[in-house]
Design a protein. Structure first.
Length: 558
């Protein structure tokens, strides 16, 4: 069976990993020997591009053709990056990064990268997850699953080997603080009875290390202008802007290991050397750090609502979590003892381990099908214990694994929570349309809820059902603050039903994250059914066209 690779498609850096012959996850370097690659694309022409470090190096000299931080645009269907007269969606740009990773990894690994697990922030909603899967498909990859970054990180830290998971022993609760280059994620995970349960999640897709860079870059520009009176603002020049941002990023990295750093700046023929202390940097970025603390409080509040009051382990994930202020604030605010281990690579490694689980699970299922112990609609969990053990005994030798190792990986369940609230468009007492939420963020999957609404007028012949998803950090009744995911109509309602006649709406989401909504009217035999999947028919048509276009793109050598 083919290897299922794990890809951390990051906002600022990305990487790819697999489980090696020794059973340990390994990150695959690219052809330049880099294990993490800048998530940057430079368009050198309408059909040509370069990615990674060579693209990032040109941000200063060719800023209008270099696209970065595209992950922040996932789920924004109207957004386009325009270069050489051609517009690119966020999934299209991301697909070029994924293709580059897969191509180099195929050469290094000696096997074709085809099946992948791609990670996303835990708070990503349906639109962002759908866009991420489309990016993988545009790159010619088979996306086996999308997994949350904090869950992947926790898996890499040994959750699949935890006693609480393997033997169903004492419960353990893990908090994952994930501060990447462009996004922030806080997730609380409970391990118990062979199950990895996500209890609560929160985050901000526009908060990350790049924002720390910006704060420092602004301060460097202020100092430069103060020393050279009358000179134009460096931020009025795109090349100078890139130079100051690169200087800020380098200084930030140095301040993770030093108390003071000296920064050399040049603009418009003038030079300045300035000193930045770690205390200066912490003061400049205090509001950003405070935002992560507020979101951590929010996640802990939701966990307490589920009866969880103790955190057993705190994992720091994401390159920006290296900043000393992170561990310091978590210790002072919550009395945590955070663990920082391999923050840049841990998500990809966890995705690879999860990919191994999914691959083994598929093999066991195919063996059960071959032995006619389950039918085509059943899953592994539906098999009788004896039949499951027999199938595992066939699969394990293929991978030089023990039956216990295979059984453990296949049996572990990863249960998630809703990252966003979902509902329908309704009318209030004044006749205004608003978002009425039936489910709410951090409700545990699977979730099913029904609610009754009333028709608006007598003899109403048609009912429009529109499914909405929370877009911002907080629920909002205002329609423009939310995403409309799907809509449909109940037609052919016969006359004779007065205003206020009951219309029942049921929302259901299983572990797979596919949202299903049904609506029924007492006068119509067949209910309306809407399904919001990771790939709608419209997306499939668009994907076929865009995949063909991207397939003709030429990647230029670094």
């Amino acid at each position: 069976m083919p290897t299922v690779f794990g890809i951390d498609l990051g906002t600022t850096y990305s990487c790819i990993a697999r489980v090696g012959a020794d059973g340990r996850p390994e990150v695959l370097a690219n052809l330049d020997g880099e294990t993490t690659v800048p998530s940057v694309v430079r368009f050198t022409g309408p059909d040509d591009y370069v990615t990674g470090t060579s693209a990032a190096r040109e941000q200063r000299s060719d800023p209008h053709n270099v696209c970065s931080l595209v992950k922040r645009r996932m789920g924004e269907p109207e957004w386009r990056y325009v270069a050489h007269g051609r517009g690119w969606t966020a999934p299209q740009v991301s697909s070029l990064i994924l293709r580059s990773l897969a191509t180099d990894a195929s050469f290094i690994a000696g096997e074709t990268v085809q099946e992948v697990i791609i990670t996303v922030p835990a708070y990503f909603g349906d639109e962002e997850r759908r866009a991420t899967k489309r990016a993988g498909e545009f790159a010619g990859l088979t996306v086996v699953d999308i997994i949350n970054e904090p869950t992947a990180a926790a898996i890499a830290h040994g959750l699949l080997e935890s006693d609480a998971v393997v033997r169903g022993g004492t419960r353990q609760t893990v908090l994952v603080y994930d501060l990447g280059g462009g996004t922030f994620d806080i997730t609380i995970i409970e391990l118990a009875g062979g199950v990895i349960n996500v209890l609560a999640t929160d985050g901000d897709h526009e908060l990350g290390g790049a924002d720390w860079d910006e704060k420092l870059a602004v301060e460097l520009a202020r100092r430069f202008v103060a020393e050279h009176a009358g000179i134009e603002d460096p931020f009025d020049d795109s090349s100078a802007t890139q130079a100051f941002f690169l200087a800020a990023e380098a200084a930030k990295r140095e301040l993770s290991n030093a108390d003071t750093v000296t920064v050399d700046l040049e603009h418009a023929g003038r030079r300045t050397t300035t000193t930045v202390t770690r205390a200066d940097f912490d003061r400049l970025t205090d509001t950003l750090m405070a935002r992560t603390i507020d979101l951590t409080h929010s996640a802990l509040h939701h966990a307490r609502a589920r009866g969880v009051y103790t955190i057993d382990r705190v994992l720091l994930v994401g390159g920006s979590s290296r900043m000393p202020q992170v561990a310091s604030r978590l210790r002072s605010e919550f009395q945590f003892a955070p663990v920082l281990t391999d923050p840049d690579l841990v998500v990809a490694k966890g995705a690879a381990l999860y990919g191994q689980k999914k691959g083994l699970e598929r093999e066991v299922r195919q063996e059960l099908l071959a032995q006619r112990r389950i039918d085509e609609f059943d899953q592994v969990a539906d098999a009788a214990p004896r039949d499951f053990d027999a199938a595992v005994a066939v699969v394990a030798p293929r991978h030089a694994m023990t039956t216990d190792e295979v059984a453990r990986l296949v049996s572990v369940q990863v249960n998630n929570v809703l990252s966003r609230a979902f509902g329908v468009v309704a009318l209030d007492e004044t006749g205004e349309r608003y978002a009425h939420f039936l489910t709410h963020r951090n409700e545990r999957l699977p979730v099913k809820i029904s609610e009754s609404f009333g028709t608006v007028v007598d003899d109403q012949p048609q009912i429009r059902l529109a499914v909405v998803e929370q877009a911002g950090g907080l629920e909002s009744r205002i329609l423009d603050d939310n995403n409309v995911l799907a809509e449909g109509y109940i037609d052919g309602i016969p006359p004779g039903y007065p205003a206020g006649t009951s219309v029942s709406v049921t929302l259901f989401m299983d572990y797979d994250g596919i949202l299903q909504v049904t609506a029924s009217h007492v006068g119509v035999d067949e209910p309306l059914r809407l399904q919001v999947e990771t790939a709608t028919a419209r997306d499939d048509r668009i994907a076929a066209i865009e995949r063909a276009e991207i397939g003709r793109m030429r990647r230029q050598p670094s």
